[in-house]
Design a protein around this ligand. Structure first.
Ligand code: HPA
Ligand code: ZN
Length: 341
């Protein structure tokens, strides 16, 4: 049964809308890049690195996630990181991805914005040429750093024009509400960027409202805590604001105690536009198929619900209308041809 379910989910055409490229850094590649760049790691081995991935909250994860970024030095490093993710994604029938990167994490270490962006964009172009995976790159601002630093990143993005499609907001959430980033997001919107923001992962529902009203977010990353506020939940349903939910992340960062307590099914039942995503798969023990499968097994999701989640992933994307329609038709053609579960 599980193998049949895994095969069905693996073949299901999907989009991934909440994926931090720095969070796809597998320990094997971390060690290879550390050797290539002469960077010392705090782990003696790949196994020791994996064993250290035992988190108590978002901050305990971010500490290791930012430390791992030290091995990313050259344009080729960012290419290799992104290409490794895309090769895996292709094997899971990911057709479209809107990945994040954190430019300030790299510029703060003396790595120029364009070294990161050029490597990532070259890999994304190859991903489309080789695997047919389309993409829209999103630069995420660090909410625990000053807004001026986000503003500097926005300036550095200029030379990349439309090759960077959107702006987001990530890193430590509690104590860092959206309001401090009103100006930089307003400027980003003026320059034509699409807007998303992490909100309601560890932070309260008010941060979701702030992301919508102050930042102009078109999509909420995580957003799972919206259910604590029925009026906000109704608003998200009425306005069809997509949530990019990351089930394995929420369990690993102890947003919820276990998968059985995860609000995914309640979010779907409330009528919300839910998508399933992998967040930082190298750190959380699973890529996109693993996230769909964990949810499917925990809640006994039917084939129809899994198909609806895949449809939502394209509907909630920043693809143009014709591309959305074509990808959604592909989802339904697959569902019709796949054997019944
Ligand atoms: N939340 C906030 N910031 C992040 C995350 C996340 O899940 N992953 C990488 N940066
Ligand atoms: Zn995230």
């Amino acid at each position: 049964m599980t193998e049949g379910l895994r095969a069905f989910i693996t073949g299901l055409p999907k989009a991934e809308l909440h994926l931090h490229l720095e969070g796809t850094l597998e320990p094997e590649l971390m060690f290879a890049l550390a050797a290539r760049n002469g960077v010392a790691l705090p782990y003696a081995s790949v196994d020791e690195a994996r064993a250290a991935y035992e988190f108590t909250d978002l901050q305990s994860f971010l500490d290791l996630y930012y430390a791992g970024c030290a091995v990313l030095v050259t344009e080729q490093d960012f290419y290799d990181l992104t290409r490794a993710y895309l090769d895996r994604a292709a094997a899971e029938s990911v057709r479209h991805v809107e990945p994040f990167f954190d430019p300030q994490t790299h510029t703060a270490r003396g790595i120029p914005f364009s070294v990161a962006a050029d490597g990532i964009l070259r890999a994304l172009a190859d991903g489309e040429r080789i695997h047919g995976i389309t993409s829209k790159l999103i630069m995420a601002f660090l909410r625990d750093q000053p807004a001026e630093s986000a503003g500097a990143a926005l300036e550095e993005a200029r030379v990349h024009g439309e090759r960077i499609a959107g702006v987001g907001l990530d890193s430590a959430e509690v104590g860092h509400p959206p309001e401090g980033f009103a100006e930089v997001f307003a400027e980003a919107r003026r320059r034509g960027y699409r807007v998303v923001a992490h909100a309601g992962e560890e932070g309260p529902p008010e941060y979701i409202t702030g992301a919508l009203d102050v930042l102009g977010a078109e999509r909420i990353d995580h957003g799972v805590r919206c259910l604590e506020d029925p009026a906000l939940t109704r608003r998200l349903v009425d306005e069809r604001i997509p949530l990019t939910v990351c089930p394995l992340s929420n369990v690993r960062l102890r947003v919820v105690p276990d998968m059985a307590s995860h609000p995914l099914e309640r979010l779907i039942e409330a009528g919300l536009m839910v998508t399933v995503n992998s967040d930082d798969p190298a750190y959380f023990g699973g890529y996109l198929v693993d996230n769909y499968l964990a949810a499917a097994e925990a809640f006994g999701l039917t084939k129809d619900v899994l198909v609806a989640l895949a449809e939502n992933s394209f509907a909630a994307s920043f693809l143009g209308g014709a591309d959305k329609i074509a990808r959604i038709a592909e989802v339904h053609a697959y569902a019709a041809s796949a054997e019944a579960l």
